[in-house]
Design a protein around this ligand. Structure first.
Ligand code: HEC
Ligand code: HEC
Ligand code: HEC
Ligand code: HEC
Ligand code: HEC
Ligand code: HEC
Ligand code: HEC
Ligand code: HEC
Length: 484
């Protein structure tokens, strides 16, 4: 049948069945390609939008990739073809595996959606629905994880240990929770970042899938593969729903969620940041005292020297080899999302990530940029961490002293009030967050120095570090507000 050339509207669905060759009975209702040479799937005759996008993905070339590889063997094929892997079918003698028919080569629609012969006969809504679950050990074995697992590509094994896998448990489940960005808003404000289904809805993905509805947070999903990756393909590399190199907070995959309370919200009562990583990296986070002068708010980590921004540090990919034998051990995919993971003797990230020594951490991602060696990055990290700790410790002491001697009265901390004391407290809490010393060390130091100066100025509580010693500390420092 005629297909609308270049048509990319996902909602265009034709109802007339294609005249495709009947699939072999042994395929167990999987239909595969209509025309293998042009990569036209039988499904794609009607679902024009998905077909057009999918054809450009690596899934559509999975067989070629395997076939061109010298190490290919029979056991490789199930993940590079249409089979029971990726969908709810558990019988292994289906699709490619039982027929070795070229129509089942590549990772096609049915890899994720399951066998389609009956649907094609009488297509209606609600059939063929896929899942957005990854294997979380929560009684699911289908989904991306059936192929994206194992020592060569342990995406799901790494992801499962990250907090993205369990974020649904930390979306407040009470009926009355409010969120500052939605005054008196419902708990759904939390879910829009913490629960996979709500994130997709928030981002305008209104397609249907088996796990779309959830009654409680406990039946929600975390930030699963399909939240970050568009299963049908995307104009961004790696099928990402949003790019990782954009400096527009609304259009950067990571910053879309890692951007809640980067600046103090004085209308509420909390002086703590919530996911400030995006604004900090890009140079807008924190409480900026009125006198602050700081021109280079964006550190080099947020500049085009680090084009992939968050992903450049948090998704380091490398192979681990045994130190003694040099045999391959495992590929690290970066889907544990740790920038400086705790590693074992071979350099493989450990399961628990609870190491206490800086020497037990790998700084490989830092070296990948070409700006640091692993050793120099480790040294800079250690000294910066110490510098920042010195400053926030001083600021905490200054605020505590002011509270103790009444120069900073308790009323300076009440909800709804805009005060220097609250702003400075926010900056101290921002500085204490894991990674702040890396996300933007210059801005963090500048904010702390300026806070010390502003608290001294406004409340007459002297800074434990004399202001005269703060100013020339480095060339980037703001000119501190008038020191009196
Ligand atoms: C003969 C045309 C045709 C073919 C071939 C076809 N579909 Fe459909 N499909 C439809 C129609 C029509 C609907 C109902 C759409 C609607 O009502 O909006 C549908 C619905 C669906 C839905 C459910 C959408 C929802 O919101 O409930 C999925 C998923 C789907 N198809 C996937 C597939 C897959 C995978 C294949 C290949 C195995 C396939 N379809 C082959 C016509 C087709
Ligand atoms: C468990 C499922 C599975 C099996 C079995 C499997 N692959 Fe793959 N293969 C994948 C996945 C998933 C990717 C994509 C990984 C990525 O992008 O990092 C992939 C990617 C590849 C690539 C391209 C990326 C690269 O690493 O160079 C090649 C080549 C490849 N596989 C060859 C093989 C060979 C050869 C075998 C058998 C020895 C094999 N595969 C067995 C799932 C599998
Ligand atoms: C049937 C096995 C299978 C299933 C199921 C599967 N994949 Fe893949 N995937 C592969 C293979 C094989 C490759 C590598 C293809 C190649 O390089 O030729 C791949 C490649 C990819 C890539 C790399 C794309 C790129 O441009 O580099 C992404 C991203 C991806 N898969 C995501 C997913 C997600 C998300 C899901 C679940 C919604 C999924 N895959 C389900 C086998 C599978
Ligand atoms: C704009 C997206 C977004 C919204 C909205 C959001 N969060 Fe978060 N939340 C995050 C991110 C990203 C993190 C990870 C921060 C980190 O690890 O530092 C996080 C972390 C958390 C944590 C763990 C904090 C910790 O220190 O361990 C809790 C608990 C939490 N959020 C609860 C909530 C609640 C309750 C709401 C609604 C009132 C909410 N979140 C709304 C994005 C959001
Ligand atoms: C890697 C797994 C994967 C592959 C391959 C895949 N899909 Fe999907 N499909 C999904 C998931 C997950 C969803 C639900 C989330 C979404 O739409 O992003 C979905 C949703 C759909 C829907 C529902 C749309 C709606 O409006 O509700 C249709 C139709 C569909 N896919 C058809 C196809 C067709 C046709 C192909 C092949 C050309 C295909 N899919 C390939 C995983 C996949
Ligand atoms: C929080 C977002 C996020 C989640 C969740 C996520 N990914 Fe990714 N993934 C990324 C980013 C970002 C990249 C690209 C990294 C880069 O370009 O360096 C990527 C890359 C990939 C690649 C390509 C790797 C390569 O080297 O070419 C595959 C395959 C992949 N992801 C599969 C998965 C699977 C499977 C899951 C679920 C188990 C998953 N991803 C979950 C963000 C995510
Ligand atoms: C859909 C929203 C969302 C997206 C997109 C997202 N994150 Fe997250 N991320 C979260 C939430 C929510 C948490 C906190 C989970 C919790 O503690 O409840 C989190 C936690 C983390 C953590 C802490 C991980 C751990 O296991 O301790 C890191 C690091 C992280 N994210 C990095 C990234 C990076 C890098 C990207 C982009 C590739 C990204 N995130 C994309 C929502 C998101
Ligand atoms: C220059 C490298 C670099 C960049 C760029 C970067 N990070 Fe980090 N990030 C780190 C380091 C190093 C840590 C500290 C890890 C630790 O303490 O275990 C960290 C810590 C974190 C944490 C806290 C993890 C934990 O264990 O509590 C989160 C969440 C996070 N980063 C998210 C992001 C997001 C989102 C972005 C992009 C807006 C980003 N990071 C950009 C290097 C980087």
């Amino acid at each position: 049948m005629a297909l609308g050339a270049g048509c990319v509207d996902e909602k265009i669905v034709y109802r007339d069945g294609p005249n495709f060759a009947a699939p072999p009975a042994a395929a167990a209702n999987f239909v595969g390609y209509d025309d293998q040479a042009t990569k036209l799937t039988v499904c794609g005759n009607c679902h024009v939008g998905q077909q057009g996008k999918w054809k450009e993905t690596k899934h559509a070339k999975a067989w070629q990739t395997l076939d061109a590889n010298a190490g290919k063997q029979g056991l490789c094929q199930a993940c590079h073809t249409v089979s029971n892997l990726g969908n709810a079918v558990t019988d292994t003698t289906v699709g490619w595996r039982s027929t070795k028919d070229v129509r089942y080569q590549d990772v096609q629609c049915e890899s994720c959606h399951g066998p389609g012969l009956q649907h094609i006969g009488v297509p209606t809504r609600g059939q063929m629905l896929p899942s957005i679950k990854a294997d979380t050990g929560r009684a699911v074995t289908n989904g991306c994880s059936e192929c994206h697992s194992g020592s060569h590509h342990p995406f799901v094994e790494e992801w499962r240990r990250s907090r993205h896998a369990t974020s649904y448990t930390r979306a407040y489940n009470g009926a009355t929770a409010t969120a500052p960005e939605v005054p008196n808003g419902p708990r759904s404000a939390c879910q829009g970042c913490h629960i996979g289904q709500a994130v997709l809805a928030n981002w305008g993905v209104n397609t249907n899938y088996t796990d779309k509805t959830f009654a409680t947070n406990a039946t929600g999903q975390g930030v699963t593969c399909v939240v970050c990756h568009d299963p049908h393909g995307s104009s961004n590399p790696k099928q990402l729903r949003y790019p990782v190199d954009s400096r527009d907070p609304e259009n950067n995959l990571c910053v879309k969620c890692h951007n809640r309370r980067g600046n103090p919200d004085f209308t509420g009562s909390r002086d703590t940041p919530h996911a400030p990583h995006g604004p900090l990296l890009l140079g807008s986070a924190g409480w900026w005292p009125p006198g602050i002068q700081f021109d280079e708010a964006q550190s080099s980590h947020g500049s085009d020297k680090n084009p992939k921004l968050c992903a450049g540090c948090h998704l380091g990919k490398y192979d681990v080899r045994d130190k003694a034998t040099n045999n391959f051990v495992v590929t690290v995919t970066g889907h544990r999302f740790t920038a400086i993971p705790c590693v074992d003797a071979n350099g493989a990230p450990t399961a628990d990530q609870s190491c206490t020594q800086i020497t037990q951490r790998s700084f490989k991602s830092c070296a990948a940029s070409g700006c640091h060696t692993e050793a120099s990055a480790r040294t800079v990290f250690t000294t910066t961490e110490l510098d920042i700790k010195t400053l926030y410790t001083a600021l905490d002491q200054q605020i505590a002293a002011g509270r103790a001697n009444g120069k900073i009265p308790a009323t300076e901390f009440v909800a709804g009030k805009v005060t220097t004391a609250r702003g400075a407290t926010f900056n101290s809490n921002l500085a204490k967050m894991h990674g702040s010393e890396v996300h933007n060390p210059f801005l963090v130091k500048a904010l702390l120095r300026a806070s010390l100066a502003q608290v001294q100025k406004d409340y007459g509580v002297p800074s434990p570090v004399p202001l005269s010693r703060l100013a020339p500390y480095d060339q980037l420092i703001l000119k501190a507000p008038a020191t009196n």
